[in-house]
Design a binder for this molecule. Structure first.
Ligand SMILES: *Cc1c(COP(=O)(O)O)cnc(C)c1O
Length: 433
């Protein structure tokens, strides 16, 4: 670490917000020099194996030649162009792919610039849909506890009220209707008691409810839990029975992570609206999409506003669409299921047994996602420093140490990730009392 690096980090500490941190007592940040494949190189010299895929977004590794080429080729044509009144092939190709790959009822695509905005768009679509049908009294949103859907206001109001710290913004948040979090895990035996409260809430609130939003199968940031597909089937059935739109937030799960291309496929269901983001560009640029059925689009378009009321400046950014097209092609033109299942198998063999370690409450694996839930909350600054010393990039929060590496990770690198977790589990200073 030379003087220039120290200076950069000092400016960063003084002036730049990082996610969910304090400006007066910021957690340390590490300066990145470059990243290649599954390796992140720090300016201080260390090379780290990436266990996080930069928060679910990197798929084929960093600095991928094919994605780089897609980006530079598009940049030579045009990097951005307004989407009002103009259109372009990268957006058209991407929409075609998404309509083709997602569950069959989804037919119209709205591009936006981040996951949270894709959720806002989904919620606005649902509200405008009912308004257009003359049922403006259907305006509330139902969801489950432990969910995470983003940090903008409407998205926040469907996040878990406790972990989402609703009390800070209570006065302005929408009052969502919360069902208990799904409690039966994906590998446990189903029993119908699981949906008793859910059914009661549908019965009680359907006349005022526009939509039900949920992360299919994986509750991500709200607890890294994998729940039973029958729960999703039940939600789909109740939404049909009570005329409520079903929004699947596949921002974390979409495009392969769980072993299915979309997590909805675990339950063989088709949502009315689906949100995609994160992995959409293979971790290169920020881009999101909200897909909906032809019926929703038509109803909104023929309603009072006669248009859908949203239009981001960087809508369908051509660079982002071009790299998304290249990333999706790379994914589906390889045996990606085999890739995911070999990561899953190795996690099952190496990560699940960490259950025996000190301070571990439970371990679980789904697709390329591995989770170690601890009995004590982690000390983020200390555990992060130890992971860096051990040559890995893993960023735990609360009682969750989780990894979801890029697809291109090899067996030795996976072993190193797991070994690093095993090592910190025996170090008391990495945990709070
Ligand atoms: C990350 C995430 C979001 C928010 O996406 P941003 O791009 O961070 O705004 C929404 N929903 C789910 C399920 C997510 O994992």
């Amino acid at each position: 670490m030379n003087n220039k690096h120290t200076e950069l980090l000092e400016f960063d500490r003084q002036h730049i917000w990082h996610p969910y941190t304090s400006m007066s007592k910021p957690l340390p940040s590490y300066l990145v020099e470059s990243a290649h494949g599954v390796e992140i190189k720090l300016s201080s010299g260390e090379t780290l194996i990436d266990g996080m895929s930069s928060w679910w977004s990197v798929l084929h590794g960093y600095n991928h030649p094919v994605l780089n080429q897609a980006l530079t080729e598009q940049a030579q044509d045009f990097s951005h162009i307004m989407f009002g009144g103009l259109t372009h092939q990268p957006a058209i190709d991407l929409a075609k792919k998404l309509i083709h790959l997602t569950p069959k009822t989804l037919d119209k695509v709205f591009f936006s610039d981040s996951g949270s905005v894709a959720v806002e768009v989904a919620l606005k679509m649902a509200l405008q849909y009912w308004q257009s049908k003359g049922q403006a009294d259907k305006y509330r949103v139902m969801t489950v506890r432990n969910g995470y859907h983003g940090d903008t206001f409407a998205a926040m109001s469907v996040c878990d009220p406790i972990t989402g710290m609703h009390q800070i913004f209570e006065k302005v948040l929408m009052k969502s209707i919360f069902a208990p979090a799904p409690s039966i895990n994906i590998d446990e035996t189903w029993h119908d008691d699981e949906i008793t409260t859910l059914e009661a809430l549908f019965k009680q609130h359907h006349h005022e409810t526009a939509a039900f939003i949920i992360e299919p199968i994986v509750q991500g940031t709200g607890g890294m839990r994998f729940y039973h597909p029958n729960y999703l089937k039940a939600v789909r059935q109740l939404c049909d029975q009570y005329q409520i739109l079903f929004i699947a937030d596949e921002i974390a799960t979409g495009l392969g992570r769980t072993g299915k291309l979309f997590a909805c496929e675990w339950a063989n269901i088709s949502p009315d609206i689906m949100c995609l983001g994160k992995t959409l560009t293979g971790g290169y640029l920020t881009l999101a999409a909200t897909l909906c059925t032809a019926e929703i689009a038509q109803t909104i378009s023929e309603g009072e506003a006669s248009c859908f009321m949203h239009g981001p400046t960087y809508m369908a950014n051509p660079l982002a669409c071009a790299v998304a097209n290249a990333s999706i092609d790379l994914l589906i033109n390889q045996d990606w299921q085999h890739k995911i299942s070999s990561i899953e198998l190795q996690f099952q063999q190496q990560l699940l047994p960490l259950k025996q370690c000190n301070k571990v409450a439970s371990t679980r694996v789904l697709g390329s996602i591995g989770v170690v839930e601890t009995t004590h909350a982690v000390n983020v600054a200390t555990i992060q420093k130890r992971f860096v010393e051990l040559g890995v990039w893993i960023r735990p929060f609360g009682k969750l140490i989780y990894i979801m590496p890029p697809l291109v990770i090899n067996k030795t690198q996976i072993s190193q990730l797991v070994l690093a977790i095993k090592t910190v589990l025996s170090e008391d200073e990495c945990f709070l009392d």
